[in-house]
Design a protein around this ligand. Structure first.
Ligand code: DX5
Ligand code: ZN
Length: 227
């Protein structure tokens, strides 16, 4: 079944616990950490992740858009994140970092910006629990989905199948009722949605609708036969 991870970047930061509650039943809460260096925006850090982890039962999927994740990512595991994603463009030693995240007890995930190809990282995939393909330039919510990322999603799904990996394939950026089916058909199985969820009148209903669209598209997808 498709996993839908609402992004709290589009939520009300003064009411995070209530905003988490508003999407109860989601698989994960997606938490965008931005440092104003790796991306031109600034959001939140370890203390807020720690508080949010205490305030909700939904596991936290922390997406670190920061410089020097080798130094900071382990602290997000200690803060209570169930999954920690670092950007390969910022990591000095991605294999060492993925192993450290796993050793500390979280799922290890690596993200690729739109301009970063998947092919050089084929041999690293067994070290990861999830791969995140950005479908917008990271930094802001509410941007338009980049259709040109669909071939990269397809090629990544082929690599996952080729190696028989249990790797989740996440997409993030511009995912909505209008684009989620294309992502699922191409091979994604974890979907981040910010404005499409928190911009809706009923966020929980928006999650359910996105999940239904993704599940239906996956059932017909080339890659899901026999899955
Ligand atoms: C953007 C963030 C996304 C953002 C997505 O850099 O990584 O998680 O919240 O927002 P939408 O779904 O509105 O594109
Ligand atoms: Zn994100």
């Amino acid at each position: 079944m498709a996993q839908i991870n609402p992004s709290i970047l589009s939520a009300d930061f003064a009411r995070l616990a209530e905003e988490a509650e508003a999407v109860r039943g989601s698989d994960w809460l997606h938490v965008d950490v931005m440092d104003n260096h790796f991306v031109p925006n600034l959001t939140l850090g370890v203390p807020i992740v720690e508080s949010l982890a205490r305030a909700t039962d939904t596991p936290l999927d922390c997406h670190l858009m920061i410089e020097d994740p080798d130094r900071w990512a382990p602290q997000y595991v200690e803060a209570g994140a169930g999954s920690v994603t670092f950007h390969v463009e910022a990591a000095a030693a991605p294999v060492r970092l993925a192993r450290e995240i796993r050793a500390k007890g979280a799922r290890a995930s690596m993200a690729l910006k739109p301009g970063t190809p998947i092919e050089p990282f084929e041999d690293l995939l067994p070290e990861l629990d999830m791969l995140l393909i950005m479908t917008v330039e990271p930094g802001f919510g509410g941007q338009a989905f980049l259709d040109i990322m669909l071939p990269k999603i397809r090629r990544t799904r082929e690599l996952i199948d080729k190696h028989g990996l249990e790797l989740w394939l996440q997409v993030d950026g511009g995912v909505s009722a209008g684009t989620i089916e294309r992502c699922a058909e191409a091979g994604a199985d974890v979907f981040v949605a910010g404005s499409a969820v928190y911009g809706a009148e009923d966020p929980a209903e928006a999650v359910a609708k996105l999940r239904a669209l993704a599940d239906a598209a996956t059932a017909d997808a080339w890659w899901a036969c026999g899955h």
